[in-house]
Design a protein around this ligand. Structure first.
Ligand SMILES: C[S@@+](CC[C@H](N)C(=O)[O-])C[C@H]1O[C@@H](n2cnc3c(N)ncnc32)[C@H](O)[C@@H]1O
Length: 486
């Protein structure tokens, strides 16, 4: 079904996250476990004719190995016979997929360029729903989840799009005489949860998600088809899951309305501001480029090193070191282990604070009586599971940082132990403050925005151990804003 060309933002600010959590905690009660399970041989009577209808419409075979059945997560695809790894299990021509271009020209011409594909597809869904059995897409539309079955939490932007679509449709009452915001929100949520990234789909959007699956939808622009290749063998009637993307639970909940337990793609966004009293603050303004990876991002560690510099000379040294290497700033550990510890203690302190905030937020979501409302119960549980996953990432990072600092401490010589150096450092800092203005003037000709950090020695967590893996770039900006990966 729908084509969606806009991409999903896999990051969310902690504030958004807590807003969701608090929102759930205020409104929702008690718990239930929505853990998906595989139900075998569970044909969906309402969708039995769907695939034959689609093949008739396409004039080609779409899948000889799948059927649409019912699972614990709504409708899903199941193997109708044995599937071997590498089999093409689905091949859907573009011409039987609903795309934004399918919007009636009469309506489309009344929309401005800023109206996105999701809004257009939502309008198509509403128009086709109104047509009922006369719709050329009726067998597909009738299989879509009803409003009460959806849990996605994305509501901003929808109202803006609703007003545009409503205004355009008002000119053609014969197409759709009135739409309510509620109808539009349902259609919008349907599109967002079924047409992700550049996905086109039809039967493909009956596939449920498994974050570790290596099967995904491949769009072949030359052949104008969407395909799914089996990543493993499937026995008849086994549920066939695909990976929508390497999405964290925050993204899954926001866009698709579900979360997966122990999501290996979970991540936490953290912000660290430069303290107001830092006299070198302007020189230290850095921002992590968006990046993907595992573990504690190198850009975050580099930022902590920059933040910990207490003299202009140290910043100049870092810049020179960067220029002599690959240009990336503060990627190498400080030679002075006490400074390295100090930098990482900044991170430890911020992460401890976040852990505390998460714990408070989770405690505030007290379970209340069961049986009040299943839908709210499910949402409350998803919010809790989401926070639990992110807390796991934070705790893992905290443990790693603690170990890192402890190891450095042990290796530092008795003359150069961390606490003594810390004292020295603080004293030195006081002296340097005296010359703030002069130092800043001297530094004003260095453009730190152009400075990139040295070669990465990043870390990721792998079965409890943190190992090397290329990671993030540190670039200039207004503050550190980066993500931890679990
Ligand atoms: C692309 S549709 C998949 C078909 C859908 N199950 C149906 O009944 O039409 C995506 C939706 O399926 C559900 N879903 C997919 N994978 C899931 C999973 N692993 N756990 C829970 N729900 C899932 C969510 O409701 C999501 O918004």
């Amino acid at each position: 079904m729908p084509l969606l060309s806009s991409c999903i933002n896999p990051r969310r600010s902690l504030r958004q996250l807590f807003t969701t959590a608090h929102c759930f905690s205020n409104k929702l009660n008690f718990s239930s476990s929505p853990a998906p399970e595989v139900l075998l041989n569970h044909h969906d009577e309402e969708c039995v004719d769907f695939l034959p209808w689609l093949e008739g419409k396409a004039g080609v075979e779409i899948s000889s190995k799948l059927y649409v059945g019912k699972s614990a997560c709504g409708r899903s695809l199941f193997a109708s016979k044995s599937i071997q790894t590498g089999d093409c299990i689905l091949r859907v021509p573009y011409n039987v997929q609903i795309a934004p271009d399918n919007l009636l020209p009469k309506v489309a011409s009344l929309l401005d360029n800023e109206t996105g594909n999701v809004a257009k597809l939502a309008a198509i869904i509403l128009i086709e729903q109104k047509r009922g059995q006369e719709s050329e897409w009726a067998p597909y539309i009738s299989c879509l989840p009803k409003s009460g079955e959806m849990h996605s939490t994305k509501i901003y932007q929808i109202e803006k799009d609703f007003l545009k679509i409503k205004a355009a449709l008002n000119h053609s009452p014969e197409i759709l005489d009135s739409i309510t915001l509620e109808d539009f929100m349902h259609a919008y949520a349907l599109v967002r949860s079924r047409a992700w990234g550049s996905t086109r789909g039809d039967i493909a959007d009956f596939a449920n998600h498994d974050g570790v699956s290596e099967a995904f939808i491949i769009n072949d622009e030359d052949k104008q088809v969407s395909e799914v290749i089996a990543d493993r063998d499937f026995a008849p009637h086994e549920e066939v899951l695909i990976r929508y993307g390497k999405f964290s639970n925050a993204t899954l909940l926001l866009e698709f309305g579900f979360i997966v337990p122990h999501n290996i793609h979970d991540q936490v966004q953290i912000h660290i501001d430069i303290p107001n009293h830092d006299f070198l603050g302007e020189m230290k303004e850095v921002r992590s480029a968006r990046g993907k990876g595992k573990g504690l991002p190198q850009s975050l560690r580099a930022f902590a090193r920059v933040l910990c510099c207490n003299s202009s000379q140290e910043l100049i040294d870092l810049a020179m070191e960067a220029a002599q290497n690959d240009g990336r700033l503060a990627r190498r550990p400080f030679k002075d282990s006490s400074r390295e510890i100090q930098a990482h203690e900044i991170l430890l302190s911020r992460i401890s604070q976040l852990i505390e905030e998460y714990s408070v937020s989770m405690k505030s979501m007290e379970p209340v009586a069961a049986s009040v409302c299943k839908r709210f119960a499910r949402r409350r549980q998803m919010a809790l599971d989401l926070l639990t996953g992110e807390l796991r990432v934070l705790e893992s990072a905290h443990t790693w940082l603690n170990n890192y600092c402890a190891t450095l401490s042990q290796h530092s010589t008795t003359n150069d132990d961390a606490s003594a150096c810390g004292k020295k450092f603080r004293k030195k800092r006081v002296n340097v403050r005296k010359g703030t203005r002069e130092i800043q003037q001297n530094l004003s000709n260095i453009d730190f925005r152009r400075v990139r950090c040295p070669s990465p020695i990043p870390v990721r967590e792998s079965k409890g151990h943190w190992t090397s893996k290329p990671s993030h770039r540190l670039t200039a900006g207004d503050k550190a804003s980066t993500s931890l990966y679990g």
